[in-house]
Design a protein around this ligand. Structure first.
Ligand SMILES: [Zn+2]
Length: 290
């Protein structure tokens, strides 16, 4: 691990930082289980800290621009340096703080995430430069990785073709917590990064996989939005399926995407459109795949 290069790069986060004015909002810390904290950065993106006798693991590093405030929020909980930083996927609002927070840690991700951040890549129209070497994952895996840490076996599991093609969920069996990254935009329409191998149908199936394969009494932490229970995730997933069926039926009836938007066929879920993905964008995401 040679992590000596200091390299500042222009970084425009996927969900424009400017939407929140770019100002520093507080990091809200919630202890969801003993030693397990959800740190909600700028009221926009969730990271998770697990502190215990073996040390500290951080899941996701939020934006590059919020690294200082996230670091301060972590230091308010523990002075122990971060041993491991896990990235749930490659988007800038999750890996942007990798250099600032992970340069002395072992960074872990799915292999695709390592590939993305290690070379110049596109995000829609934008070109994202390669990340400085000290912010790139040191350990990457394809299907599953288990880590014995702080008295439990953390399970990192790849769920393909969801939000991206490299999404990883992290299960804390003793803490009864599951961190699902952007496979959950709680209380919102999800962003599905089709250009990076995401798939709206796979997104729904991946949520169902989580519901079908993990205990019912877990706390569910998504990348955006409030903390959920498994029951709330089930309800959300059913609503998401209803949005899909609504668009599918409209398409079968011959409506174009523009007609669906004009008719506001997803108006029932208008509260889900206020954060990032609007009703119209969700229609545009679904229309080509139905
Ligand atoms: Zn994302």
């Amino acid at each position: 691990m040679k992590k000596k290069i200091i390299f500042l790069f222009l970084f425009i986060p996927l969900m424009a930082f400017a939407q929140s004015g770019g100002e520093s909002l507080p990091v809200h810390s919630t202890e969801v289980a003993p030693g397990v904290y959800r740190l909600f950065v700028n009221e926009r993106v969730a990271t998770v800290l697990f502190s215990g006798p073996d040390g500290v693991i951080l899941i996701d590093a939020a934006y590059e621009q919020t690294a200082t405030q996230l670091k301060a929020a972590i230091e308010a909980i523990t002075q122990t340096p971060i041993s491991y930083l896990v990235n749930t996927h490659h988007h800038g609002d999750h890996v942007g703080g990798n250099v600032a927070l992970g340069s002395n840690a072992i960074i872990i991700s799915h292999q695709y995430v390592r590939d993305y951040v290690s070379s110049e890549h596109r995000a829609g129209e934008r070109v994202i430069p390669a990340m400085a070497e000290e912010g790139r994952p040191d350990i990457s895996f394809l299907n599953e990785l288990k880590l014995d840490f702080n008295g439990q076996t953390l399970q990192m599991l790849h769920l393909p073709k969801g939000h991206t093609n490299g999404d990883v969920i992290i299960y804390f069996p003793e803490s009864k917590v599951i961190v699902v990254g952007d496979l959950l935009f709680a209380d919102n329409f999800p962003y599905v990064d089709v250009g990076s191998g995401g798939d709206p149908m796979g997104y729904i199936l991946n949520q169902q996989y989580i519901l079908d394969n993990f205990p019912r009494d877990l706390t569910v932490i998504g990348g955006h939005g409030p903390i959920y229970t498994m029951e709330r995730l089930r309800e959300y997933n059913l609503e998401l399926q209803k949005t899909v069926e609504t668009v599918r039926i409209a398409k079968q009836q011959g409506m174009t995407a523009e007609q669906m938007k004009a008719a506001r066929i997803l108006r029932e879920w208008e509260a889900w459109g206020k954060f990032f993905i609007t009703e119209d964008r969700w229609i545009d995401t679904l229309f080509p795949v139905l």
